[in-house]
Design a binder for this molecule. Structure first.
Ligand code: ADP
Ligand code: MG
Length: 702
């Protein structure tokens, strides 16, 4: 259980004054919430780090105030000049002065009664905002702050500037953050005292306070002591959590699986190809892991098209040879169906009984499937999130394979594991993760890599035409289509709203129908699963020549006949994502192409990224480069690739902090594996603060 004193931090932001349902919606957009969290909480405000400060510390006289600067001035209110009725555009002006000169405060479209209350004639006020000059008079349009002298304390002289979203003002968000900071309790120190002193770091609560209520611009620098301290805390929490999970796994007994190979042999005999060297060695590693007494927790990394599915099938066949069951979980319905379909012929020849369970299997058919599953008459169950459902009961589940594992939360994976005893887990990912990052995010997890592609693949020809050449591109596609080619056209990623993303895809769809004829299909995230399946099936069957899609096709779809990938606004995608998208083509034996359409001019980084894509297809290389271009701890466009993202740790000196945190965590766990000492107890709070609860729970269960 989370310590009580931390509970207020994990309450909804609605628990703060002035935050209502409308604000919650806006904050949800502005704050980076961790995976699985849908409602912003107070703690998410604490981690909403400022990008800079507005410095209001200059307090000149009116005469000294420099136009174009931000200043705080003490003035006397002289008189109000109301905007004439019926003229909405005329401003409401308030004349003020100090001993040195006159300052007009100017307001547009404002309630005059309200402004009269804020600035009573004859009163003294502090006003803070941008100084301008209009004709010969100094003025301030819509001061950021107006406070009476007795409330001068409320003026944030160094006001943090936060990432915002349309409709959410910095002032309102700042107010909420200030409250959030007050909720942070005094916590026992979890840092090693000598280390903390050597670094000159403040305690946790002060660090938070100094970031959000800076008294010095250095306070909010990512290289400054407060930020560095919090970055270290986050890294330490992660490393500690990874270490705990690891300790726990090592001591957990797993179902030992060592089949006699009869089903795997039958599958191999039925295959039209032989396994690649990478596939073979991955299977050996997996088989050794499954045969060992501990529970397997292995990550299978392989680029799109490297043949992970075959490895999964073989591993599952091993489980079935021992008379147990296996489950394969895919993140989308399309993918689950595709797995089921591609495995069905092999399964039949090998005598494997497959079942498919998604949200669409309902009623009698579902009941029947579940009855068979519970009776052990289904060997391998393939499906989506539907597999988590409590009424899905296995006779004896010994292996769970999670495809595109980053699409699932830890809790979800655990729920599935819980359906068996000592269930082994094989997690698969097509995101090539550089080694350093693997260490950061997964610790020393067991990893198998498919570095080889199945033979006979031609390299994909990648070019980067400017959007101004759209007409040429479309003409080229026309010729390709009449020669029988199938084409993916991926539409721009638009961050602001889902609807505009859809509109762009729809417009492009209409345009391409006009240019290329009726066999242009459309696939987008707003469609129902059944509709998506239909479109996908039409495309796979070759009845559609072109598939216009938003990024929903990103994950694992396999249409070997598709040979052209057009990515519109390629400059808006991350390298990892471009790589994934491109991997949709080049799956058959014909020459494939990838066109990175982009807007001119390109920024330096964007250009380097696109160029990289034209030069190599090696996913691991691309991932390393991506990391280099993004720099530091910002991971692979973590949110896109689903890797847990750092909230504060993306700072200068990341590598060094990480290395220290790793050593620190190791030492702690070797000396105090129960986290029972006073420092250990303090570290538990740290784990909760950074929401590594999972690790704590594992640890308590042990
Ligand atoms: P991914 O790793 O992206 O999941 P898939 O498992 O979908 O890749 O494999 C891509 C394609 O390669 C499939 O059509 C599969 O049948 C084929 N394939 C897998 N292994 C081999 C192999 N050893 N030789 C030739 N083709 C293979
Ligand atoms: Mg796959």
């Amino acid at each position: 259980m989370r310590p009580n004193e931390l509970n207020p931090l994990f309450a909804s932001v609605e628990s703060l004054t002035g935050v209502g349902p409308r604000m919650v919606v806006l904050m949800k957009k502005a704050l980076a919430l961790p995976p699985g969290v849908t409602e912003p909480r107070v703690v998410d405000l604490v981690w909403h780090m400022p990008t800079g400060v507005k410095d209001r510390r200059a307090e000149p006289s009116v005469a000294e105030a420099q136009p174009g600067t931000i200043a705080t001035l003490k003035v006397r209110v002289l008189k109000h000049r109301f905007a004439p009725r019926g003229n909405a555009r005329a401003p409401h002006k308030v004349q003020t002065e100090d001993d040195s000169g006159r300052l007009d405060l100017v307001f547009f479209s404002i309630d005059p009664a309200y402004i009269a209350r804020q600035l009573p004639e004859g009163s003294e006020r502090y006003v803070s905002g941008q100084i301008e000059r209009y004709n010969d008079t100094a003025q301030m349009v819509h001061p950021d702050y107006i406070v009476p002298p007795e409330r001068r304390d409320e003026l944030p002289m160094l006001e943090p500037v936060y990432p915002l979203t349309a409709g959410l003002s910095g002032k309102v968000l700042g107010k909420a953050v200030r409250q959030a900071v007050q909720v942070v309790p005094e916590l026992p120190e979890w840092l090693d005292p000598a280390f903390q002193e050597a670094k000159g770091w403040p305690d946790f609560a002060s660090a938070v306070l100094r970031i959000h209520r800076a008294v010095d611009t250095a306070d909010i620098s990512t290289g400054g002591a407060p930020w560095q301290r919090l970055a270290y805390d986050e890294l330490l929490a992660r490393q500690l959590a990874l270490g705990l999970v690891r300790l726990n796994l090592r001591t957990q007994k797993g179902r030992q699986i060592a089949g006699d190979g009869r089903i795997r042999r039958r599958i191999a005999d039925a295959l039209p190809f032989t396994l690649t060297g990478s596939q073979k060695s991955a299977l050996e590693e997996i088989a050794a892991d499954l045969a060992a007494p501990h529970r397997m927790m292995r990550l299978l990394q392989g680029d799109v098209g490297s043949g992970k599915t075959m490895v999964a099938l073989m591993a599952m066949a091993n489980a079935v040879e021992c008379g147990t069951q296996a489950a394969l979980m895919a993140p989308t319905e399309v993918l689950a169906r595709q797995h089921a379909e591609s495995m069905a012929p092999l399964a039949e020849k090998a005598g494997l009984r497959l079942g498919l369970l998604t949200g669409r299997e309902k009623g009698r058919a579902r009941t029947l499937l579940l009855t068979k599953l519970a009776a052990g008459e289904v060997d391998i169950l393939i499906g989506t999130h539907a597999l988590f459902s409590p009424d899905v009961v296995f006779a004896d589940l010994s292996l769970v394979v999670v495809d595109e594992q980053h699409r699932f939360g830890v809790g979800q994976r655990m729920a599935l594991q819980g359906k068996g005893q000592g269930t082994n887990v094989l997690a698969m990912t097509a995101t090539p993760i550089p080694r350093t990052l693997l260490m950061t995010h997964y610790g020393d997890l067991d990893v198998s890599r498919l570095t080889e592609k199945p033979p006979g693949r031609k390299p994909i020809k990648t070019t980067m035409p400017s959007i101004s050449r759209l007409q040429d591109v479309v003409d080229g596609l026309k010729r390709a289509v009449s020669a029988g080619a199938q084409i993916y056209w991926v539409c721009p990623l638009i961050e602001t709203t889902e609807t505009s993303e859809l509109a762009a895809a729809e417009a492009r769809h209409a345009h391409l129908i006009q240019m290329l004829g009726q066999t242009v299909g459309l696939l987008h995230g707003g469609m129902k699963a059944a509709e998506k399946d239909t479109v996908m099936a039409e495309f796979a069957a070759g009845r559609l020549n072109v598939l216009v899609a938003t990024t929903v096709i990103e994950v694992g779809v396999n249409v070997p006949n598709a040979t052209i990938m057009v990515i519109e606004h390629a400059e808006r995608f991350g390298l990892a994502q471009l790589h994934q998208l491109r991997g949709r083509v080049g799956r058959g034996d014909r020459q494939s192409f990838c066109l990175l359409l982009h807007e001119e001019p390109l920024g330096k980084t964007a250009e380097a990224r696109l160029k990289m894509m034209t030069e190599t297809e090696d996913g691991f290389l691309i991932a390393e480069k991506d990391l280099e271009l993004r720099g530091g701890g910002e991971v692979l466009g973590a949110r896109q690739s689903g890797m847990p993202e750092f909230r504060v740790a993306n700072v200068p000196g990341f590598e060094e902090l990480l290395a220290t945190a790793r050593d620190d965590a190791k030492l702690v766990l070797s000396q105090d594996p129960e986290l029972a000492t006073p420092r250990g107890q303090a570290l538990r709070s740290l784990l909760y603060l950074f929401e590594c609860d999972e690790a704590v729970r594992l640890f308590r269960a042990a």
